[in-house]
Design a protein around this ligand. Structure first.
Ligand code: GDD
Ligand code: MN
Length: 379
């Protein structure tokens, strides 16, 4: 189905709620292709069977499909949600509770937001202007607030309601993340492990459930502390790694430019040598000088700049060809840029030269790093 979205609804003992919530989701998404995936952890109250019967007895229409994942063991809400996500087909995934605390009429607004802003994550938020909580005792409100502050200050999360259980995201966002999935906080883990994502929040009012009871117990607080600790360590590690990568990148760039500068010397010396000692025509000497410089640059880059010690013939020739090719293109780019700067922008020649040499050398570095020596650009 084209442009399908997936709605993940975890359940544990939601016999009174589950059919109504499915119907309500469907009626709020009459214009949208959606699959609803219920993830049930073998609820003792028979929620799983109720959903099986619902699926058998309803005629599935073109827009909506309902399926259920039966899990044998109960090992946390995050784990259940992830299981649903792994089995989803949509590019956009919505996660929500099954007990009507998360009003289904907010879903279309979330989808709208993703479409209009092209953001990666939409959080239905209790803690932005216009949002709120109804029916919770003061104690629970306080715990929720405290947990939220810890996440914002301690983990540097840039959302007002990182504890929300009601959110939507683009699935490709999480393809490189490995989740620990401890406890309840799938969204928090997602936010910590995806730096620099575009997050949007829309207000909603959380209303406490009418049927059944909350599954959040005292162990939830312990789980939360564990996961905050893990995520904190994760953040520290990631920052360290990032620093190491930038040091690597800069030192390689420095070596690349040093070798480049040495090439000028080789170029000059070789040209002079050939024209004086062998008495060659000066144009020929210049060409030989350039070839010498390209060759010495290549071997220095291979051995020193990028630390590549594999000198097998085929590999080396291929790399040499690519390097010579990219360097020539970079030379042409440089000429083009100088011309453009001087003629179109009326810049002084020395200024134009600096800009053009800088840009050409830098792009030459990147291109060779990536395609000649097959490294990642960053690092
Ligand atoms: N499959 C599965 N396994 N589902 C579970 C489990 C589990 O172990 N535990 C809870 N659920 C389901 C419930 O059936 C419900 O649909 C949803 O997850 C939320 O559980 P509730 O027990 O209703 O949680 P809550 O209302 O106290 O907490 C809500 O607010 C928190 C924010 O303070 C939830 O929305 C949380 O996700 C949210 O973080
Ligand atoms: Mn609830």
């Amino acid at each position: 189905m084209e442009n399908q979205i997936s709605i993940i609804v975890p359940t544990y003992n939601e016999a009174e709620n589950i059919c109504d919530i499915i119907k309500s989701i469907k009626s709020n998404l009459s214009e949208v292709n959606a699959e609803i995936i219920v993830v049930d952890d073998d609820s003792p109250d028979g929620t799983g069977t109720i959903v099986d019967e619902y699926i058998q007895s309803t005629i599935q229409n073109d827009r909506h499909s309902v399926s259920i994942i039966h899990r044998k063991n109960r090992n946390g809400l995050s784990a259940a949600i992830l299981n649903g996500v792994e089995n989803s087909k949509g590019e956009v995934v919505v996660v929500m509770d099954s007990d009507f605390s998360h009003p289904p009429d907010v879903i279309p607004k979330m989808l709208d937001k993703i479409e209009k802003t092209q953001c990666d994550v939409v959080i239905a938020s209790r803690y932005v202007q216009g949002g709120g909580i109804e029916g919770w005792p003061v104690k629970r409100k306080l715990i929720s607030k405290a947990a939220t502050e810890i996440a914002k200050k301690g983990l540097g999360v840039k959302a007002n309601d990182p504890m929300s259980g009601f959110f939507a995201f683009k699935k490709n966002l999480i393809k490189n993340i490995s989740f620990d999935a401890i406890g309840y906080k799938m969204l928090l883990e997602l936010l910590v492990k995806t730096a620099d994502v575009n997050i949007q929040e829309i207000p909603y009012t959380f209303t406490d459930r009418k049927f059944g009871t909350s599954k959040l117990g005292s162990s939830t607080i312990l789980d939360y502390c564990k996961s905050v600790w893990k995520l904190y360590r994760y953040g520290k590690e990631a920052a360290k790694k990032e620093r190491r990568l930038s040091v690597k990148f800069l030192s390689k760039a420095a070596r690349f430019f040093t070798v480049g500068a040495s090439g000028l010397g080789v170029n000059y010396l070789a040209s002079i040598l050939f024209s004086t000692s062998l008495d060659l025509w000066y144009i020929h000497s210049t060409i030989i000088g350039i070839l010498f410089a390209i060759t010495s640059n290549f071997f220095l880059h291979k051995y020193w700049t990028f630390g590549d010690r594999d000198f097998s013939l085929k590999r080396t020739v291929l790399q040499y060809t690519k390097f010579a090719g990219f360097s020539s293109i970079s030379g042409l780019v440089q000429i083009g840029m100088v011309y453009y700067f001087v003629n179109e922008f009326n810049l002084l020649y020395p200024v134009s030269l600096v800009l053009a040499v800088g840009t050409a050398a830098f792009s030459n570095f990147i291109v060779n790093k990536k395609w000649t020596f097959n490294e990642k650009v960053w690092g």
